[in-house]
Design a protein around this ligand. Structure first.
Ligand code: FES
Length: 103
């Protein structure tokens, strides 16, 4: 069972930026890559850093705590092939950004 939860307005997260959002019980890292939105679990799997406050360069976010990097479109860690960080499905509707979370 899952539901779509609104986490931001489109203008809250301009192109090339990241935001930390809340969806139900989840912290969500929202990214705008040239107008395309992606969302990852906002808690870095290394030591819990805030991925939504990381620097975004193209499709790559860098965790602000120790520099782990993830492809925001896939969740793939940059150097560890076995580490794929969970992502959320994203939908943009009428200027609002929604993510799909398990209820
Ligand atoms: S907590 Fe993200 S790199 Fe350490």
């Amino acid at each position: 069972m899952s539901e779509w939860i609104r986490i931001a307005a489109v203008e809250d997260c301009p192109s090339g930026e990241a935001r930390e959002c809340v969806a139900g019980d989840s912290i969500v890292a929202l990214f705008n890559v040239a107008g395309e939105f992606y969302a990852l679990d906002g808690i870095c799997p290394h030591q819990g850093g805030p991925l939504g406050k990381g620097a975004l360069s193209g499709c790559m976010v860098t965790c602000p705590w120790h520099g782990w990097q993830f492809d925001v479109s896939s969740g793939q860690h940059q150097t560890s092939q076995s580490l794929v960080h969970p992502k959320f499905a994203v939908r943009v509707d009428n200027g609002e950004v929604f993510v799909k979370v398990s209820a």
